[in-house]
Design a protein around this ligand. Sequence first.
Ligand code: DQA
Length: 161
Amino acid sequence: MPLRAALVLHGPNLNLLGTREPAIYGRATLADVDKLIRDHARDLGVRVECRQSNTEGQLVDWLQGAAAEGFGGVVFNPGAFTHYSIALRDAVSAIALPVIEVHLSNVHGREEFRRHSVIAAAARGQIAGFGPLSYLLGLDALVVLGDDGGGRPRRRRAARR
Ligand code: DQA
């Protein structure tokens, strides 16, 4: 089924985009990033909602409620929670929706502790290192998965003789 609505979740400290370590995260503010996401979603014909929280429990609640709110997938930047939040990993595992983990920076080229994501194995996939474009690629991935039946192999019809 085509993707109709996607939830974008930004984790801790991403509200500071624009002024937070601009050499790493760029000069775009969270409002700028959300506008890019909304414009891209409009081009894709997908309804999108962007939310940010510094609180682990809030992010768990949003993940748990995403399907009931009518979202078909989640683009998720867990921020520093990426590297240690088992609660968020469990939430990603617990829900049936595809979750695409995204990062602005290339976490694999940074400090050792950023190279491991506890979320990644539970997510449908990970996109890192493309700045705000990472979120747009995450949306693209959800759209492709949506068209592809959630990324699971299509059931083939039995051949008729
Ligand atoms: C980040 C990478 C994390 O390691 C960091 O803690 C963040 C942002 C990124 O988008 O590059 O807060 O998720």
